[in-house]
Design a protein around this ligand. Structure first.
Ligand code: NAP
Length: 334
């Protein structure tokens, strides 16, 4: 495994991190979840990402049990707050109340005294930014949180938060967690340049476009058994748009020979692709089986040549989203 700094902070994270959205507490049973976490640890992954909302809070509990007994100092545990964790009107968003209550729940479920990174899971238009940032800063002073990050914020939102932090003397945001992969590149024109300048790193999610870039979904054929596209608990909804797009699936198959020429499989090629961006601190992979983790980690440290990168662009032309306006948070709290 190779390691990078989280933005300009002193914290080092594994280039490939492991996340448990959709999987733990939902798509996969506890035994498979623990096997994946153990495979991640065996392969040198030290950075683990979850959220209070995943599987209705169960995902944090599964991860807490799976990591129990590990040396805490050797792990970086990331979680998030924003999406609803209960029925109440205050069980959501980035108010001081919900942040304070949600972190306590997360720490209990994760069986730890602190998280390394606490991320605002979206921007909350219903809470003054000063209120959110002061609450986060208080958590840092209390030692419950070591670093603060955000997820899917626009460049303008990140810039506003940094200005407030600088004016008020609050801890600065050190990272952003956006979707980023060969097909979804919306951070490249605005978010990445700002973050490079301000010292934030990207911790990117869905680097395999949820499995689509592994080439396992074949055009004109039903999705393989056990794949996310067949997970009717929640996964199928999230991936439907991609697996229903025959032209996209056909193009993705054309990446296979390119991966082979580079001595990689398609998943490794997709992961190595996001890691070519120097502003990416870590790529978070999801997995339902330990073999996926063992194969995917081999993308760490891989360099891709410019010709190969140009070939990939040519193959996927017409399916690459670059519009920065696609980074959106709900206008109202969900
Ligand atoms: N901040 C946010 O809003 C946000 C949103 C989404 C995700 N995330 C974070 O990012 C993490 C990763 O997201 P993701 O799960 O969408 O990432 P991903 O790595 O793009 O997709 C992971 C899925 O692809 C399939 N897969 C993985 N390796 C494979 C291989 N070698 N061959 C074939 N199939 C393979 C598996 O699904 P199947 O086996 O079921 O097909 C696996 O669960 C999440 O766990 C979460 O921590 C954050």
């Amino acid at each position: 495994m190779d390691f990078r700094h989280l933005g300009r902070s002193g914290l080092m994270v594994s280039e490939i991190s492991y996340g448990n959205w959709i999987t733990h507490g939902s798509q996969v049973e506890e035994e498979a979840a623990v096997a994946c976490v153990n495979a991640a640890l065996d392969e040198g992954i030290t950075t683990f990402d979850t959220a209070d909302v995943y599987a209705g809070t169960r995902a944090e509990s599964v991860l807490g049990r799976a990591l129990k007994g590990q040396r805490r100092e050797s792990l970086e545990i990331f979680t998030k707050v924003y999406w609803p964790t209960g029925e109440g009107r205050n069980d959501r968003g980035l108010s001081r109340k919900h942040i304070m209550e949600s972190i306590n729940g997360s720490l209990k479920r994760l069986q730890t005294d602190y998280v390394d990174l606490y991320q605002a899971h979206r921007f909350d238009y219903e809470t003054p930014l000063e209120e959110t940032l002061r609450a986060f800063d208080d958590l840092v002073r209390q030692g419950k949180v070591l670093y603060i990050g955000v997820s899917e914020w626009t460049a303008e939102q990140i810039a506003r938060a940094l200005k407030i932090a600088d004016d008020m003397g609050f801890d600065r945001i050190v990272s952003n967690q956006p979707q980023y992969n060969m097909l979804w590149r919306v951070i490249e024109t605005e978010v990445v340049p700002l973050c490079e300048k301000e010292g934030l790193g990207q911790v990117v999610f869905s680097p395999l476009q949820q499995g689509v870039l592994t080439g396992k979904y074949l055009p004109g054929q039903p999705p393989p058994a056990g794949s996310r596209a067949t997970d009717d608990k929640s996964g199928a909804n999230f991936i439907a748009r991609h697996v229903g797009n025959e032209d996209l699936l056909t193009r993705v198959q054309r990446l296979k020979p390119l991966a082979e020429q580079a001595g990689l499989d398609m998943a490794q090629l997709a992961l190595a692709w996001v890691l070519q961006n120097g502003n990416v601190s870590s790529a978070i992979i999801g997995a339902t089986r330990p073999e996926q983790v063992r194969g995917n980690v081999k993308a760490a440290g891989v360099k891709l040549g410019d010709d190969l990168l140009a070939e990939i662009d040519k193959v996927l032309e017409g399916h690459i989203e670059r519009d920065p306006a696609k980074t959106v948070s709900p206008a109202q709290r969900p």
